[in-house]
Design a binder for this molecule. Structure first.
Ligand code: UGA
Length: 453
């Protein structure tokens, strides 16, 4: 919405949320305090806020005044009830649709921005249609058009992705509504990149795009394990296969498994959809993408334990990176969560450093408060973790450094300096293949790099 406001100064954009603390943070005069860390976002918000970009908790008047409403609420995987563990929880999208139905005035275009299961638009249309009927009976003018306009930005590169999208996708049935939305994007997106489809193709394309991307990561992570076993190098394999223009070079980085709020949720969503339509083989095919991802995360934790002589109890391990990828403070489904939990279960003492993730967030994710290492050798101790203020602080006294997020600064670590701070024999486990392996080896560290045999 900030980028739309930036590129379309003639449009007034109001972002509303029930969460007053969050809206207050979006209105904070100090742009470094915005609730989302995203490179370049502060500058965009700084340019538009108060001009044609507004953040407010006054939901109802904003809906009433709007010509177009974007539904951008979260749709996490259900944790209980029908479809638990796979289906999306649609309670917020339905509540939002009902609120729009109640408050809208005149003709309103309602745009699904949240990633939704296929045919959710039908639910939204049914709710809005009922309100339209009630209004007509009462002699009020109220009507709706529903569009699907899924988002393809990735975190960490969101602003560039929005400013130069590969494509914008608009699904719908009402040509006037489709063109109204296309005109907004047309202010900065070339016309041939604005694709128009029917509603269901649009919804399914979003799920499919994420499933294909997730599948690529599971595929390369599977090959990484084969590389480690055979003496091949996954980076060389990725370069060789990526040179084939049919395969392409992007999204072929082996790592600790994909994280983020979308990939797992969307693959599971497709699995659920396939199950619903009796397509059990298709469901099993996509389920295996998530299964491989789970395996990769547990494999890394297991491998750390095995290399450290079969036990990490009482050992200090420096964990570098907690966010699910670089350039974000987002930890949703971060591989670090499962890997750290596995190591804590084994009794490790973790010193975790991430340039952007807070201690409170780590505590929530690990379901355990930070705690200093117990006195003595820790051999009878439970697994504990502490926040470290830097990579050096984390590595001090550690038996191993484990890199889990590809923050740029981890490519530039001073290995002789770090090695001197560690207990020997010492290890580097590089799950992102980002560290200077030669320098680490020369500094006397034992080395494991994902996908390198
Ligand atoms: C992803 C998609 O890339 C976006 O197109 C989509 O809009 C978004 O989900 C969404 O549905 O909201 P995002 O999750 O922000 O974006 O980040 P990605 O760059 O896709 O990374 C996802 C995970 O895959 C990260 O944990 C990342 O480290 C991992 N990854 C990515 C790899 O392990 N290897 C790669 O080569 C690429």
């Amino acid at each position: 919405m900030a980028v739309i406001a930036d590129r379309c100064p003639h449009i007034q954009v109001t972002v509303v949320d029930l969460n007053a603390a969050r809206i207050a943070a979006w209105n904070d005069p100090d742009l470094s305090k915005l609730p989302v860390y995203e490179p370049g976002l502060d500058a965009v918000v700084g340019r538009c806020r108060g001009r044609n970009l507004h953040f407010s908790t006054a939901v109802e008047p904003a809906i009433a005044a709007a010509d177009m409403v974007f539904l951008s609420v979260n749709t996490p995987t259900k944790t209980k009830g029908v479809g638990a563990g796979q289906a999306s929880d649609l309670r917020w999208i339905e509540a939002s649709a009902r609120q729009v139905a109640a408050c809208a005035q005149g003709h309103t275009i309602v745009v699904e921005k949240s990633t939704l299961p296929v045919r959710t638009a039908a639910t939204i249309k049914a709710i809005l249609g009922a309100a339209q009927g009630d209004a007509a009976q009462a002699g009020e003018a109220k009507s709706f058009s529903v569009l699907s306009n899924p988002e393809f930005l990735a975190e960490g590169t969101a602003i560039t992705d929005l400013e130069h999208p590969d494509r914008v996708l608009i699904g719908g049935e009402d040509p006037a509504a489709i063109e109204a939305l296309a005109a907004i994007y047309g202010a900065w997106v070339p016309a041939d990149r604005i694709l128009r489809t029917n509603l269901w193709s649009s919804e399914l394309s979003k799920l499919t795009a994420n499933c294909f991307l997730a599948q690529r990561i599971s595929s390369i992570n599977a090959i990484a394990a084969v590389c480690e076993a055979t003496g091949a190098d996954v980076q060389e394999v990725a370069r060789a296969i990526g040179a084939d223009s049919r395969i392409g070079a992007k999204f072929l980085k082996a790592g600790p498994g994909f994280g983020g709020s979308c990939f797992q949720k969307d693959v599971l969503n497709l699995v659920y959809l396939c199950g619903h339509y009796g397509l059990h083989e298709v469901a099993a095919y996509w389920q295996s993408v998530v299964a491989l991802n789970d395996w990769q995360q547990h494999r890394i934790a297991r491998l750390v334990v095995q290399r450290l002589f079969g036990t990490v109890t009482g050992k200090r391990i420096a964990v570098l990176g907690f966010a699910f990828k670089a350039d974000t403070n987002d930890t949703r489904e971060a591989p670090a969560i499962r890997i750290c939990r596995d190591l804590l279960e084994e009794g490790a003492q973790l010193a975790i450093y991430d340039p952007k993730v807070s201690e409170a967030q780590m505590a929530t994710d690990l379901a355990q408060e930070p705690q200093p290492a117990p006195a003595g050798n820790g051999l009878s101790g439970e697994g504990v973790w502490q926040l470290a203020a830097s990579a050096e602080a984390a590595a001090t006294g550690a038996d191993a450094v484990l890199i889990l997020t590809e923050w740029r600064q981890f490519a530039e670590l001073d290995w002789p300096g770090l090695a001197a701070l560690m207990r020997h024999p010492a290890w580097l486990f590089d799950a992102r293949a980002i560290a200077d392996a030669e320098a680490a080896a020369a500094a006397g560290l034992n080395l494991w790099t994902v996908g390198r045999g």
